[in-house]
Ligand binder design. Sequence first.
Ligand SMILES: Nc1ncnc2c1ncn2[C@@H]1O[C@H](COP(=O)(O)OP(=O)(O)OP(=O)(O)O)[C@@H](O)[C@H]1O
Ligand SMILES: [Mg+2]
Length: 337
Amino acid sequence: MSYAVETRDLTRVFAGKKHRFRRKRTADEADEHLGPVTALDGVSIQIREGELFGMLGPNGAGKTTLIKILATLLLPTSGQAFVAGHDVAKDPFPIRQRINMVSGGETSGYGLLTARENVWMFSQFYGVPSRVSKARIDELMHVFGLWDKRDAKVRMLSTGQRQKMNMIRGFVTDPDILFLDEPTLGLDVNAARIIREYVLNWVRSQKGKTVLLTTHYMAEADQMCDRIAIIDKGKILACDTPEALKRMIRTETTFRLEVDAIRDTASFSSMQGVKNFSLTNDIGTNRSHLTFILEDEGPVAEILSLITSQGKKVHSLQKSEPTLEDVFISMVGRGFE
Ligand SMILES: Nc1ncnc2c1ncn2[C@@H]1O[C@H](COP(=O)(O)OP(=O)(O)OP(=O)(O)O)[C@@H](O)[C@H]1O
Ligand SMILES: [Mg+2]
C-alpha cells in the first residue's frame, strides 16, 4: 500500500551553535545550548491517504522539524521520508506540486500588497488559473471572516487576521496533502473553531485529501484527528486513534487537585500506587494544579495528608475521565505546559 506520508527511521540532528558569549559557561549550560540537538530521533510513521493525522507534543518535541522535512524545506540527517510516494531528499519537485504548508506562528506576506493580492500571487506561483484562484479566495475569505479586510494592506492586518490569510493561502492551491503546523495558535475561540471545522470538512468531503496537523492543544487533536502520534524529544511514544490512546490508561485512575502553591513534590514519586503525576503552578492565583495517574484510588488519602501536612489547603479534588494529556503524563511524567 502506498501512503500519503511515510517515514522510516527519520532522524534530524542540528549542529551545535558556536560560542556567542564570551562569558564562561557552566558545564550544564554548555550541554544545553551548544551541543548538537537531535530534533527527530528514528521517527517511523505512516499516514494513509484521506487521513487527518495529528502530531501532538510539547514545545521542542520535533513537530515543526518533521513538517519542514516533509514539506521539503529541510533535509533529513538520516533515514527516509516519502510524501505522495516520492523521496523528499531525492525527488522534491513532484512533492511540491501536491502539498501546501501553513504554519500558525508565521507572519509572512508582502506588507504592501492587500490580503487578496497576497494570496492570489501565491496561487500564481503554483499555477492555479487566475479565475479559479479568485473564486476560491473570495469563498475562503467569507468562510474565515476576512472578507471585510480583503483590500486591506497586509501590514495593516492584525496577527490573527494574517493567520487567517495564511490559512487561505494553504487551501487556495487545493493541495492533496496539507501540512498545518499549529493552525489555531493564538486565534480567538471562534476563529479557531471555524478553522477546525473547515479542515475537518475539507478532508471528509473530498476523496484523497490528507492533512497532517501539529498541535499542543489536546482537545483539538482529540476532536479532529483520525489518529494521533504523541511525540516527545524527537521520538514517537505512541500512535493510535484518540480513543485507543485514552483506553491505554483507562485501567488507571486520574485525579486532579487544586491546592495552595506547593514546591516539594518529591515524595509523590515514591508513593506506592502513583504511576505518574504532573504539576503546574498558576502564578495568578498562587495555586498548583496536580494531575495524578494512579493505579487505583488507594494513594488518594496519603496524597491529601502529605499536602495538608505542609500546611497547604486543598481547594478541589476531582476524579476524571482520562484525556490525551493524561496519556502523555502517564508516559513521561510531566504535562504539556
Ligand atoms: N534551526 C535549528 N537549529 C538548531 N536547533 C534547532 C533548529 N530548529 C529546531 N531546533 C531544535 O530542535 C528541537 C525541535 O524543534 P521543533 O521546532 O521541531 O519543535 P516543535 O515540536 O515544533 O516545538 P514547538 O511546539 O515549540 O513549536 C528543539 O530542541 C529545537 O531547539
Ligand atoms: Mg513547532
